[in-house]
Design a protein around this ligand. Structure first.
Ligand SMILES: Cc1cc2nc3c(=O)[nH]c(=O)nc-3n(C[C@H](O)[C@H](O)[C@H](O)COP(=O)(O)O)c2cc1C
Length: 206
């Protein structure tokens, strides 16, 4: 069940920007899996933009998001492991789409552990930011039965592609990582019992 984060520090993210100097076609053309990044930090504006693209609200009336979702159930939860982002302490955060905020969950990016849980993929250790896409299955299964499981993974793909395209537009590098130990990621992030990781994405400057 959802946890109460009442006493956690909240970070208000800068609002996303809806104009870009590159077209959607150019972003599609540029999209590539990029695994090696410069050491320079990401800015909070860049992180805000990526989070909005991944799960942000795009319709204030119905609270629809940038990502489609079967039955508008929105089973995805986004976590951040931050090493090097301007104005963010290194640590683990959770994105709150409804308010476009971050909840600070714990100190330290836990990268050595995440690196090992991702079968020693170097980019998971070094990237200034790693996004961990997680999901709950109970609501979507209650509505769609076993087919709901499929929908969660389809939705994860939508979310990941949004991140890829937003990074291409910002001239940042990212790669989707599907090779990881589910139980280890759950343990490292101390996820609630009903949340499971579906994908990781390292992000950095190229
Ligand atoms: C389901 C899935 C899982 C993937 N897992 C990994 C992974 O664990 N590590 C990695 O470096 N790349 C991973 N990739 C990225 C692919 O290697 C990459 O998309 C492919 O080589 C094509 O390159 P491109 O994305 O630059 O077009 C994954 C991609 C998909 C779709």
């Amino acid at each position: 069940m959802p946890r109460n984060h009442q006493n956690n520090k909240i970070i208000k993210l800068p609002p996303p920007i809806f104009k870009s100097s590159i077209s959607i076609e150019e972003a599609l053309l540029r999209r590539r899996s990029i695994r090696f990044y410069k050491d320079n930090p990401l800015t909070l504006n860049e992180v805000s933009q990526i989070l909005w693209a991944s799960q942000g609200i795009s319709d204030e009336t119905y609270k629809f998001r940038t990502c489609p979702s079967a039955g508008a159930i929105y089973p995805l939860k986004l976590y951040l492991s931050v090493i090097n982002v301007e104005n963010l302490e290194p640590g683990i955060y959770k994105y709150v789409p409804e308010t476009h905020e971050l909840i600070y969950l714990s100190k330290g990016a836990k990268r050595d552990a995440l690196f090992e849980a991702c079968l020693n993929q170097e980019w998971i250790k070094r990237a200034p930011l790693v996004l961990i896409i997680c999901a709950t299955f109970y609501k979507i299964k209650a509505r769609y039965g076993e087919r709901g499981i499929r929908y969660v993974f389809v939705e994860t793909g939508h979310c990941s592609q949004n991140i890829y395209l937003q990074c291409a537009s910002l001239n940042l590098g990212t790669v989707a990582v599907g090779a990881f130990d589910d139980e280890e990621i759950k343990r490292i992030l101390d996820l609630p019992k009903d949340e499971f990781p579906t994908y990781l994405m390292s992000v950095g400057r190229i």
